[in-house]
Design a protein around this ligand. Sequence first.
Ligand code: GLN
Length: 496
Amino acid sequence: MTAFGSMGIAQIKAGLAAKEFSASEVAAQTFENIARADEQVHAFLETTEALAQDAAARIDRAIAEGRFGDMGVLAGVPVAFKDNMNLTGTHTTCSSRMLENYVSPYTATCVEKCLQAGALPIGKLNMDEFAFGSSTETSAFGPTRNPWDLERVPGGSSGGSAAAVAAGMVCATLGSDTGGSIRQPGSFCGIVAVKPTYGVVSRYGVVAFGSSLDQVGPFTRSVEDAAFVLNALAGRDPLDCTSQVCDVDFTANLAEGVCGMRIGVVPAFMEAQGLTSEVREKVEDAIAQLKALGAEIVEVDLPHARAAMSAYYVLGPCEAFSNLARFDSVRYGYCDPDHADLGSQYEASRAIGFGAEAKRRIMLGSYLLSSGVYDKYYYPAQQVRTLITQDYTQAYERVDCILTPVSPRTAFKFGEIGDPTEMYLSDMFTISINIAGNGGMSFPVGLGRETGLPVGVQLISPAFKDANMLRVAAALETVYGKAPVAPAFAEEKGAE
Ligand code: GLN
């Protein structure tokens, strides 16, 4: 059986163009593979066979009529979506009981753009409830397992998106990142994971968590594939006024190398409490490799980044509180039946519909935005946000890209982190990038010496210079190679 999931985008498209296989075969075998692999991983909440076969039939017709070249950058490529992205006719649950029966009446722009680029829509992927979390353990429908070690979490909140790619079920998925939810699972699952600059990808149709922080991006096993997906996704959308014109070809300078590029490293991050020695070693190794490839390594300081976590856990819950107010059992969401008055209907519906972490964020946001408290927390957090943004602006006067760890450690075991504040520390290196709004990505640099699990390094670009970090990642890829399918799943299919 052809292992389409372990192929890259260019390989699938070349096979289609050469008529080695059809798009309908790609779709059918992708679902067969998912049926087997996902029994163990539980990345998918729903698969969309009929939609994929329709899309595949259109591609096959184009191939027969000699029009394949016009079908778009993702023509015939299986792509799956985090379950906070609307796709007409599918459930969009955000892994919450609150939206268990919600069927999308419309399609998110990011999904629509993949479809317009010829992608085969494969299904919807598990996540932490409403994207609150770092492990998928808060999903109301059970956690996703890390394909590298099924006893461990895949990271989160986009854990399903990362695991589906790492297990070779598909070669590309979309996730969303508010504080680290693309990069941290990308690191835990050993794949390429990109959170573009805020505004590169439209947020229209993606269920909002923190509207000033959320951004959509791709998970893939190669830098080139991430660039292909970004080419499909990026650009101004009249339906999202924060999206920007972006006519960059993200594949254009991948092969240029890093000779002469200035890469920033942040000494305070490398000495951070909680950073494990195996992760530190891998990050140092990546720095040494870039130096050997001709990059200039420059120390930069981000003095306010240490306040990013505190600012985020004020701003994030405030925005989440206001965004989640719509799930009131009347406009949207679970409605508990048979209540005498509206107040008790709200109360019961929200008590049953939301899980513990969602309730924690809603209550925190509600408190922080209440009068008297607002001035003490929300306003200073916005000031901290400005200081963090200025730190980055200053750093980028001296460097083209910054390299840091993604997560302080490799994937942890289910249940290992019970304390929510300890869980929040998973994002200690990723959060400041959402606060400043610039681009960040995780690139896999091999396995940790102690745990034998994947480690990612984070590359950070100035706003709208996302191509810089992709170029550095492509240079690292010449050393570390493309991300493999997790061994247990590669062997099963006899692939790679
Ligand atoms: N783990 C962080 C949180 O729980 C980030 C989540 C995200 O980026 N969606 O808020």
